[in-house]
Ligand binder design. Sequence first.
Ligand code: 0WE
Length: 259
Amino acid sequence: MGLMAGKKGLIVGLANDHSISWGIAQALHREGAELGFNYASEAFERRVRPLAESVGARLIEPCDVTSDAAIDALMARTREVFGQIDFLIHGVAFANKDELNGPYLKTTRAGFALAMDVSVYSLTALVKAADPLLAPGASILTLTYHGAQKVITNYNVMGVAKAALEASVRYLAADLGPRGIRVNAISAGPIRTLAASGIGGFRAMHKSFAEQAPLRRNVTIDDVGNAALWLCSDLSSAVTGEVLYVDAGFNIMGLAVEG
Ligand code: 0WE
């Protein structure tokens, strides 16, 4: 019997087979979960649909998370297909590319608002709309990055957004805790996803990361998937409001010098 047998849930933010959400989807599917997916736009559908079908998804719906109407439509379909849900995975982030390099100071009001809307408010909006569908004991999970806590060159407005996302996790955990519903985040080490592609210096960052991390390696979507499986399963039943680092230990280091 799989750890997730009899559990159903939504994965919001799958883009392609490099997505962290895909690592999570595969781990949950392996343990018997029933999965539903969104795609952000028609451009994404071509990649999302075959992946979703390969894990037997019965629900594959369009949903642009900046639209309350689109979120309501997604949750209406989810109610029809699944009734209640036991987990909700949020793996969505976006900032303007030109604000992910150079000084943070050049961030525009519009760029700040966009990053906050897509990368932060979307979690609250999804949880709000999913609220009536959440089964007692449900688990909500989002993805964050160490740039929320410490300055990481070029991460800029996304760091500010992830700090707000981590705070949202705590407030949502406090709201939903009385119903036994848990809300957590995984802070993953850098992974070559669509969101990371086109970022200048990513290769150098990857190399330096593996040299400095205690485990001396990078992190895979399977590493994150297995940690997510634990947070979505009943094995983590007293864990809520947490940010779990899945980063080969990178975040514990102060100054790393070759030993
Ligand atoms: O959270 C992320 C990715 C965030 C992201 C990336 C992009 C690139 C393409 C959000 N929006 C966009 N918009 C685009 O047009 N990561 C943790 C990966 C990441 O992104 C970085 C990183 C790391 C690591 C950006 C700068 C520096 C480091």
